[in-house]
Every structure is written in C-alpha cells, then in structure tokens.
Write a protein that binds this ligand. Structure first.
Ligand code: UT7
Length: 317
C-alpha cells in the first residue's frame, strides 16, 4: 500500500490576531470568531518565500522518514502561491533541499492540493518507477491578500506541510481516495494573478456565502463517497481531518457523517485557512499532540477554488 513514511509541517513565526485587524479595518474578534472560528493566523514576511516554508516542512518529513533529500525520486508541490510561475516551487525546493536531478512539478488545485498530490504520487508509486516521492502542500497566500477586503483578509494564513510517500507491503497507508472538480464555478473564488489580470490588480476575491454553501455540500459528498470506496461507514473512522476554512463548514461535515465532536480535529483557531497546507498541518499537529495511533482510520476531506474537492481514507501507521 502507498503510505506516509514521514510527515512534517512548518508555520512562520509571525502571528496576526483578530484584534490586530481592528487597527486598520472595520471588523472585530467577535465577528471573525463566530463566523469562521479563526482567532489567529501566521504570516510569512515578504522575504520568506513559499519555497522557504516548504523547505522547513520537507526537512522535517525527511528526517522523520529517516531519509535524505538524495533518496527522493520526485517532488510534487501543491500550491496556489508559488514563488514564481516558472520555475515551479517544486524545482526551487528541490534545489534548496539538494535533491539532485529528479523530476519536480507543481499542482494547482487550491485547498485540496495536498490530496490531489497524494493521488498523483500514489498512482506514480504504483507504477514501480519511483520509490520515494515527497509531496508538499504549502501557501504563502497572504502575499496576495487585499488588506482592505475584510471579507477575505481575516481568513487566510501561511504554512506548509510535507509527506514522504512510498509503496510497500505494509497494511497501513492510503485505503481510498476521491477527487472531483467543477470549473464552471471558478469565478466564486479566485486569486487574480495571471495573464487574465493586468499587473498591479492582484488580489484574492471570494463570494463567501456561495463558496460556503458549495463547501458544505461538496465536503459532505467527498466524505461519504470515499467511505464507500474504502468499504467503510463513518463508524469505522477514528479521525475526521477536514480542511480548515470555516468552523461552521467543519461542523456541517461532522453532522453529515454523524460523528461525535471528539473525532474531529480542529486547529483553524491557530492558523486560519492555509489552503493546500491545511490538511498536512492538521495531521502534523495531531502527531505532535500524540493523537494519532497506529491502525487508526483517518478521513481527510477538502474543498477549494476551482472548484475542487477531494478526500482520502488513510490507515495510520
Ligand atoms: O478554502 C476554500 C473554501 N473557502 C471557504 O470555504 C470559505 C467559505 N465562506 C465562509 O467561510 C464565509 O462565507 C465567510 C466567513 C467568508 C463569511 O461568513 P458569512 O456568514 O457567509 O458572511 P457574509 O459574507 O454573508 O457577510 C455577512 C456580513 C456582511 O455584511 P452585510 O452585507 O450583511 O451588511 C459583510 O459585509 O458580514 C460582513 N463582513 C464582515 N463584518 C465584520 C464580511 N467580512 C467581515 C469582517 N468583519 N471581517
């Protein structure tokens, strides 16, 4: 089975608390907390790039896997906030790690990017052509934020999570995956950077209420469908690890599965929405809080711009 050999994460040190926004924006802690569940988020300074966050998380993942960068056969980075459009952040990361002449490329799949990368890597590992693949979900998306837009500025944070994957005879690993997308709804959530937008007009734009409605439906669908693929019911799940975009969306997903609160991991209050970094950052917090046990079934679910949505059932170990 394809499994996680080592996991790592990193969040920049700079903390922006809800109260900090009240100095330059018409908002308050009560609104942000009650509407989203967010209390603070981490912000990378201008000179700390997406690849720098990825580097810290990757080194930790390699360390825990007992491998060196030279052991890697491929690097896949999922991000919506690359250092540059080209070279890919995966190539920049490869050079910073000293991984040598291995294939490296980025995936643009927004918040479920880490789960998309997991699926791509899983397929490639199963061909037998690669032994160790490093996947990273990373964002320094606050660099694109319009700090005058209170509907988005308070929501996002920076961070990184990484996993070294391999395929072996183990009974632990990825039991099932589910990936979906619908490009027709792309206008509802965008990072407006690219050939469609003139220089100087950058920004994150979101129709929050519509995204919220879609997120609840698709997160639920992804959770239910991947359980079917795994031949499981919600009762078999030890941990729901949802994308951390909004506590009310997390709560709706929990209710859809009829899971008790104790089985849902939440760290949105600490990091806000870190998009592609959200799932691995959550898994790493769980690891460091000693919550994950060998043999536990973990259901990871995510939804984001595109729209894209995805899920995976992983037997931990
Ligand atoms: O990761 C990818 C997926 N992303 C998501 O899943 C995010 C989905 N959306 C959401 O999480 C929620 O829609 C938000 C948290 C963004 C907004 O919550 P909401 O309950 O949907 O609020 P709303 O957008 O309907 O806005 C309600 C009111 C508006 O005022 P009016 O028009 O009713 O007078 C907003 O202007 O709240 C106002 N508002 C704010 N007030 C204080 C919007 N942002 C703020 C703010 N502080 N920061």
């Amino acid at each position: 089975m394809v499994r996680i050999l080592g996991l790592g994460a990193y969040a920049p040190e700079g903390v922006l608390r809800n109260d900090d926004f009240t100095r330059f924006m018409d908002t308050d802690d009560e609104w942000i907390t009650s509407r989203s569940g967010i209390k603070s988020r981490r912000i990378a300074p201008a000179n700390v790039l997406t690849s720098d966050l990825a580097l810290e998380a990757s080194r930790m993942a390699l360390d825990r896997a007992g491998l060196s960068p030279r052991d890697l056969d491929m690097i896949i980075v999922a991000t919506s906030s690359p250092d540059t459009l080209t070279p890919s952040t995966a190539c920049v990361l490869s050079a910073k790690l000293g991984a040598g002449r291995i294939p490296c490329f980025d995936i643009s799949a927004a918040c479920p990017g880490f789960l998309y990368a997991l699926e791509v890597a899983r397929g490639l590992l199963r061909t037998g052509s690669y032994r160790y693949i490093l996947i990273v979900g990373v964002e320094s998306g606050t660099k694109f934020i319009d700090w005058h837009d209170r509907g988005t500025a308070v929501l996002f944070g920076d961070g990184a999570g990484a996993a070294v994957l391999t395929e072996d005879e183990s009974r632990y690993g990825v039991l099932a995956t589910y990936l979906k997308g619908d490009g027709r709804l792309g206008d509802l959530l965008k990072i407006e950077v690219g050939t469609a937008y003139p220089p100087g007009s950058w920004g994150v734009r979101m129709k929050g209420r519509e995204v919220f409605r879609n997120a609840i439906v698709q997160m639920g669908e992804a959770a239910v469908e991947v359980l079917k693929r795994a031949g499981m019911t919600a009762e078999d799940i030890d941990w729901l690890v949802p994308h951390q975009a909004n506590l009310r969306i997390i709560e709706a997903t929990r209710e859809r599965l009829n899971l008790p609160k104790e089985k849902v991991f939440v760290n949105i209050h600490r990091y806000g929405n870190t998009s592609a970094a959200s799932i691995p950052l959550a898994l790493n917090d769980m690891l460091e809080e000693n919550l994950l046990r060998e043999g536990q079934n973990v259901l990871a679910v995510s939804f984001g711009a595109g729209f894209t949505w995805a899920s995976a059932v992983i037997r931990w170990g």
